[in-house]
Write a protein that binds this ligand. Structure first.
Ligand code: UDX
Length: 437
């Protein structure tokens, strides 16, 4: 099929490459010319494991091109909207400017019978509004909402072999012609057994925000338990193992630590609350305010613990922060808890050095006042305290004996509860976890 993908960021670039991998003829449209050029030369403008290889692989087939010219969407039968919906400045709601601009720009190139597929995360009600807008200009275009559940760091696998497809169509019916067309787009994963659910437009929009809210709630739940464990002298990692063995609960997303960040969970729960307020259902989501508050308290807690760890205050202390990205295997620093903590420590007089295998360029653009060191050994040298804040495998695998020879004071705060505390203590380190005695 001929497909256009509008917006080639973390979501769209992967989606475009994966659609070409599935055998479709794809044009990726990205307004940022430098990003479009990089993608056209099979170079991902951000780090996502396997993406460079996938781009090279599919570009050899000539099925994938990238451009900044939206007119190239003309002739495609299916158009995916993959642009960002960031948090509005100074407000909780989602900023839909990019979605509206993308759809308006696309309208002149749509033909009756085309399918416009929204993948961006939007407040419930957006799709119906866009369907009316499109119908005013080009009758006979099907507007579908097909939310994306990909995780950064696993984006290719999550796109090619997702847990499920959700199709939101105007009448919520299996017989909708757009269902047949999307089934053709996803023919391979569907043949492999991926479940597909057909729902109406508002349900599809809500599925995405509900899923992200549930994940955020699960993380904040275990972080609230970490607060209690701290108060009671218990161990939250053992508690999570024990409750996680109950199949109804499950161990995934029960990793207590410095909390969630990134371009999705924080802004999505806020936009969800804002939208519920507009719909007169704000009470239904007031618990998300607490989820957000627990998450934010983690950052303050780490600053306090670092102060305790350093014994006589933060002023002038050399702190090494391991990890800048909001999670490992990503260079994304949007709302990164690690960088937020690093900045707070620096403001309180510590001398902070941040290291990360992939995210330093993005981090230094966002927080130019921090000091960055790409070499791990160099970053660790002469530290008064080490903070593991993003659990890249190279940090999880550090040898406490080797690192001890580099630092000034063997003090470590394990912000993700991923280190073997006994091993580090035996090696002579003062070890602190979060919610661990
Ligand atoms: C999330 C959703 O998982 C995905 O389905 C959706 O499409 C986009 O938002 P992503 O933002 O890539 O994906 O990251 P995710 O793996 O969900 O992690 C989010 C944050 O939660 C990270 O900062 C991570 O470190 C943190 N986290 C995750 C925890 O603190 N504890 C956990 O147990 C799990």
């Amino acid at each position: 099929m001929r497909i256009s993908v509008i917006g080639c960021g973390y979501l769209g670039a992967v989606h475009a490459a994966c659609m070409a991998k599935l055998g479709h003829e794809v044009v990726g449209i990205e307004l940022d010319e430098s990003k479009a050029k990089a993608l056209a030369s099979a170079e991902a403008p951000f780090f996502e494991p396997g993406l460079d290889d996938l781009l090279q692989d599919v570009q050899q087939t000539a099925r994938l091109t990238f451009t900044s010219d939206i007119a190239r969407a003309s002739g495609s039968h299916v158009h995916f909207i993959c642009v960002g919906t960031p948090q509005k400045k100074g407000e909780n709601g989602a900023d839909l400017t990019y979605v509206h601009e993308a759809v308006r720009a696309l309208i002149p190139y749509l033909s009756p019978g085309d399918v416009l597929v929204g993948k961006s995360t939007v407040p419930v009600g957006t799709a119906a509004g866009l369907a009316r807008l499109v119908a005013d200009h080009v009758p006979g275009v099907h507007v579908v909402w097909n939310p994306e559940f990909l995780r950064e760091g696993h984006a290719i696998q999550d796109t090619l072999q997702p847990d499920r497809f959700v199709y939101g169509v105007a009448d919520g019916s299996e017989d909708n012609v757009a269902v047949t067309i999307l089934d053709k787009v996803y023919e391979t994963p569907l043949a492999d057994g991926t479940v597909r659910l057909v729902v109406d437009l508002p349900t599809a929009e809500l599925v995405k925000t509900a899923a992200n809210s549930f994940l955020a709630t699960k993380i904040s739940f275990i972080n609230a338990m970490a607060e209690l464990c701290d108060a009671a002298g218990a161990d939250v990692t053992q508690l999570a193992d024990a409750i996680g063995l109950d199949e109804r609960i499950g161990r995934k997303f029960l990793q207590a630590g410095i909390g969630f960040g990134g371009g999705c969970l924080p802004k999505d729960i806020r936009a969800f609350m804002a939208r519920a307020g507009e719909l007169g259902a704000d009470q239904a989501l007031t618990f998300l305010r607490e989820v957000d508050a627990i998450n934010m308290r983690r950052r303050t807690r780490v600053v306090e613990l670092t102060r305790e760890l350093c014994v006589d205050g933060l002023l002038g202390k050399r702190i090494t922060v391991l990890g800048a990205a909001f999670k490992p295997d990503s260079d994304d620093v949007r709302d990164s808890p690690s960088l937020s903590i690093a900045a707070q420590l620096q403001l309180q007089g510590a001398v902070v050095t941040v290291t990360d295998p992939k995210a330093l360029a993005n981090a230094s653009r966002r927080f130019p006042e921090l000091q960055y060191e790409p070499e791990l050994d160099q970053a660790l040298r002469n530290a008064d305290a080490v903070l593991l804040l993003t659990e890249w495998s190279e940090y999880r695998d550090l040898d406490p004996y080797v690192v001890k020879d580099l630092v000034t004071e063997p003090r470590i705060l394990d912000g993700r509860n991923v280190l073997d505390s006994a091993k580090w203590r035996t090696a002579g380190w003062q070890y602190r976890g979060l919610g661990r005695p």
